[in-house]
Design a binder for this molecule. Sequence first.
Ligand SMILES: *Cc1c(COP(=O)(O)O)cnc(C)c1O
Length: 212
Amino acid sequence: MKIQDNLTELKSSLPEEVSLVAVSKTKPESDLMEAYEVGQRIFGENKIQEMVSKWEQLPKDIQWHMIGHVQTNKVKYIAPFVDTIHAVDRIKVLNEIQKQAEKNNRTISCLIQICIATEDTKFGLAESDLDAMLEAASTCKNVRIKGLMGMASFTSDTEQIRAEFKKLAHLYNQHPEFEILSMGMSGDYPIAIEEGSNMIRVGSKIFGERNY
Ligand SMILES: *Cc1c(COP(=O)(O)O)cnc(C)c1O
């Protein structure tokens, strides 16, 4: 029961205020169930179709977090059940989430993804566009912006990673209405927590390496 051991060990090392999104993308449902059996309820996926099919098969008290980039035309497939969408970075997507949430008579929690990495391959909103995004969100009655999400550069330079997380934490702290700061993955979550993260998204450290 490697998954259960990994998960239990990880959880016991986390401060109480840090919640854990178990990133189960590409992994079979049996792996998710192993984690479920030791109490894990928040799972993160990055593909719409995969998340829908896992939601259909698995227990209904799982909180599904969409951590990947979402295309506008696919929001409708997850709107009936998704708990939180982590990577909102365009007003167009926000408006579509509003529309689909309303149709389903639900409120969907969202995090705004901010581009903090210096490499240009990462998605996310520029820090300077956050106010406009929040303004747009204020008219979306079925969307709740709970906070920010960010991914650090893929680098072994831990000081750079730390500086990027610091930048996001600073922005987060300017908004007392926020409650979630989602940053930190298998390779960098200890730094993220030191810098103020209260939600980490961890996959390979729990489920093992992914084979794509
Ligand atoms: C895959 C993924 C993770 C988890 O990555 P690991 O390195 O396996 O922990 C976290 N966040 C996002 C957005 C991801 O796509």
